[in-house]
Design a protein around this ligand. Structure first.
Ligand code: C5P
Length: 473
């Protein structure tokens, strides 16, 4: 304890990431602790040091998190610059020097206290040869920028990469090669030469937030990339992808859709939401849209054949989803929608063309980046006919009735298996034979009978099929 005697920190070998230590020393000084420093080898906190309030402290934005947006500006900001607030050239963080490296590669940067504005300058970028000891973390982004540079970019003095979340030199080399780059790696350096044409690739992220973040930038240079396990960014920047997507516009046709259609209780909902979760995509349970319309109709006494009144309900439905649960206005209706009588009414309501038309736009609005998994009856045939993958999921009537039975019993709702089977067969019959958007597989659908499959096994089939689809097939 520094209360009783001096506290001494001795460094063996060369201290890496000196700028981070420097920030710590500066902050300690502001809080009343004067550390004695002998070079970068020995630090002494004098006896009886004690923290003292510095009054107001301004906490800067994180410069290494900002580096991804600096790179984004250098790669893709052609019309207007990317403006980053919270860090500027007056930053006390070492990683701010990433800005100099980006400028050396071609970025155009305007900056001031607390902000940076970055746009594309030279294009293609210019290769650099840089000792990265002062910006070890942010330098990974330079390796990705190298994909868009003329010549070979050499990043040296990065031995520490090998002992971070993963062996980052090996990880970067492997993933850059997938995109077509020629990569040379050594104990403490990496050299990246871009190919004439980049190859689309699925990027493994090694549970390393920085691998996920820096490779996402490759997409802005025009090569499709799929970031596997994108949630690993949670370590330092949980809403990284949301922040990134806020800055860019994607034509709606470019947002990938996986359509999962099939009869009642075939397990579409379970499969589709699991696939959405695995891919980090949005999820649309289109049945809930029809069920919500049915629920409002039942509550307000609208008959199943009053098409005009039903369409009015559908067009003004205050339906939204919160943490996966359907809400009508303020009310959580997740459980109410699952009731059997609501399902039966939904099947009648959904046969009305005006209702389907009124609900179309609501369903389309779920198509947002990074992608959508939608389940229902007509996702692949009517709502998203251009879906990149269409799955038609079936199971025998006996299996489906049994699954629904177990579902209801587990919620304490009494049920009878043969009644359930009769009801779901009647519902399928109606869904299959209606004049608009009847239940049927799209011509190009992958037919999957999951009577004998676990959810995991079905998911495996779908994810494998997806991995072979656009843009990677
Ligand atoms: O899938 P779920 O059982 O929740 O759907 C309830 C009813 O809504 C179905 O029986 C069907 O008639 C209708 N529906 C539809 N089109 C969809 C989804 C559901 O017609 N895309």
């Amino acid at each position: 304890m520094a209360q009783e005697r001096d506290l001494v920190v001795e460094v063996e070998g060369e201290l890496i990431s000196k700028p981070y230590v420097e920030i710590t020393l500066n902050l300690l000084a502001r809080f009343g602790i004067a550390v004695r420093r002998e070079g970068w080898q020995r630090f002494t906190i004098p006896q009886s040091s004690a923290y003292r309030s510095p009054g107001r402290v301004h906490v800067e934005g994180d410069a290494s998190s900002a580096s991804y947006f600096v790179a984004l500006g250098a790669i893709a900001a052609v019309d207007a610059p990317v403006r980053i607030e919270g860090v500027g050239t007056d930053s006390i963080q070492g990683d701010i020097r990433f800005v100099e490296a980006a400028q050396a590669m071609g970025a155009e940067v305007a900056s001031g206290p607390g902000y940076l504005e970055v746009r594309r300058g030279r294009w293609p970028l210019q290769a650099i040869d840089l000792d990265c000891n002062h910006i070890p973390d942010a330098a990974m982004t330079l390796a990705v920028m190298a994909l868009f540079a003329q010549g070979t970019t050499r990043l040296t003095n990065i031995a520490s990469w090998r002992v971070k979340e993963t062996d980052r030199i090996a990880a970067m080399a492997t993933e850059l090669r997938k995109l077509g780059a020629t990569v040379e790696e050594g104990a403490d350096f990496i050299a990246v030469t871009p190919p004439a044409t980049l190859t689309p690739a699925a990027i493994h992220t090694y549970d390393d937030h920085r691998v996920a973040m820096c490779f996402s930038l490759a997409a802005f240079g025009g090569v499709p990339v799929r970031i596997l396990d994108p949630k690993c960014v949670g370590k330092t920047f949980p809403d990284y992808f949301e922040a990134l997507f806020d800055l860019v516009r994607t034509p709606v046709e470019a947002v990938p859709v996986i359509a999962v259609d099939g009869p009642t209780a075939s397990g579409k909902g379970t499969l589709a939401s699991a696939v959405a979760k695995a891919l980090g995509y949005h999820f649309l349970d289109s049945g809930a849209v029809y069920r919500a319309t049915a629920l409002v109709a039942m509550r307000t006494g609208v008959a199943p054949d009053d098409e005009t009144a039903l369409a009015r309900i559908a067009a003004t439905l205050p339906l939204h989803f919160l943490h996966g649960d359907a809400h009508l206005g303020e009310e959580n209706v997740a459980d109410a929608l699952r009731a059997e009588e609501v399902g039966a009414m939904a099947s009648k309501v959904s046969a009305r063309p005006a209702v389907r038309e009124a609900l179309r736009q609501l369903q389309l609005s779920f198509r947002r980046i990074p992608g959508l998994v939608a389940d229902g009856r007509d996702m692949g045939t009517v709502i998203f006919p251009g879906a990149a993958l269409k799955v038609f999921l079936t199971a025998s009537a006996a299996t489906r009735a049994e699954r629904r039975y177990k579902q209801l019993i587990s919620k304490g709702i009494p049920a009878n298996i043969s009644t359930l089977r009769a009801e779901l067969e009647a519902r399928d019959e109606r869904d299959r034979n209606r004049s608009v958007a009847p239940l049927k597989p799209a011509e190009d659908a992958l037919l999957l009978d999951n009577s004998e499959l676990t959810v995991e096994a079905s998911m495996d089939v779908v994810l494998k099929a997806w991995n072979q689809r656009r843009p990677f097939g």
